[in-house]
Design a protein around this ligand. Structure first.
Ligand code: KIV
Length: 301
């Protein structure tokens, strides 16, 4: 007899499997998760890479910037996600200052995410300045993913642009030939340093397409067009939980309004005493209640 648990058992996603997907032209799906229930949902939906991004800070913890996310924040949420993921590949971001200050610290912290969080790989942002870190982490035997293009942890002066209508917004990378060549070259350097894949964020379609074509490692895009080997998105954006919609994608559903409606209904039903109804509660058996009442009566005497 086939058990439900057998039906749900899926093939384990490994780096070898991800590389095979790239070589075979099968697209890779990657989605952020920050807690147990959303990790379970992504696992059940068959997402290849479940990713605890440092977007945890702004999406779940109410921080105003990814710079506020600490190793402890990451570990707390990674452990919850770990408990919900079996088949998907579990990846986590290295938070701000966990790798920027020294190579030794980078290896140490990457190891902590594996040892104490149970992740199967780590991701870190940056180009040339982090090549040495990527190489050292990979040499320590820790699977490491790069992240090029827009890097939220690197708020350098030209990271953003000002738009009359939308205010300060992230700058699209690779719009000119010089930037395009640099992106392609750094992608190759990351690959040579031992990265097993690279995320490219807000990169022009042409450059993204060339990177996917020229790199042997999977190139996972976000806001970088359909030619990448895979896509990554933030969970809250996929389910439409955010107050503001991004130009980057159209949510697959608008959860926020549905949740808000449900919470309002709950509050109203409490206030109007419609909740809880009889079916939500348990009564004492009448004979037991009668005994209880007589005990109380005797006590009063
Ligand atoms: O933290 C995050 O969610 C990310 C994605 C934007 C790739 O790094």
């Amino acid at each position: 007899m086939e058990l439900m648990s057998d039906k749900l058992k899926k093939e384990k996603i490994t780096i070898a499997r991800l590389q095979h997907k790239k070589r075979s032209g099968m697209k890779i799906s990657m989605l952020t998760a920050y807690d147990y229930p959303t990790a379970r949902l992504s696992e059940e939906a068959g997402v290849d890479i479940v990713f605890v991004g440092d977007s945890l800070g702004t999406n779940v913890l109410g921080y105003h910037s990814p710079h506020q996310v600490t190793m402890n924040d990451m570990l707390h949420h990674i452990r919850a996600v770990r408990r919900g993921v079996q088949s998907s590949f579990l990846l986590a971001d290295m938070p701000f200052l966990s790798y920027q200050s020294s190579t030794e610290k980078a290896v140490q912290n990457a190891g902590i995410l594996l040892q104490e969080g149970g992740v199967e790989g780590v991701k870190l942002e940056g180009g040339m300045p982090v090549l040495e870190r990527v190489e050292a982490i990979a040499k320590a035997g820790i699977p490491v993913m790069g992240h090029l293009g827009y890097n939220p942890q690197y708020q350098v002066p030209d990271a953003n642009v000002f738009n009359e209508e939308r205010g300060t917004i992230p700058k699209i990378q690779g719009k000119g030939p010089k930037g395009a060549v640099t992106l392609l070259e750094i992608g190759k350097r990351l690959q040579d340093a031992g990265a097993f894949a690279v995320v490219i964020e807000l990169v022009t379609v042409e450059v993204a397409s060339l990177m996917a074509e020229n790199l042997s490692i999977p190139v996972i895009g976000i806001g970088s067009g359909a030619k990448c080997d895979g896509q990554v998105l933030v969970f809250n954006d996929v389910i439409g939980l955010s107050e503001f919609e991004l130009s980057l994608l159209t949510p697959y559903t608008r959860t926020r309004e549905k949740w808000l409606e449900a919470i309002k209904c709950y509050r109203e039903s409490v206030e109007s005493e419609q909740f809880p109804a009889a079916k939500h509660c348990t009564n004492m058996a009448p004979d037991k209640f009668a005994v209880f009442q007589s005990i109380l009566k005797n006590r009063k005497k």
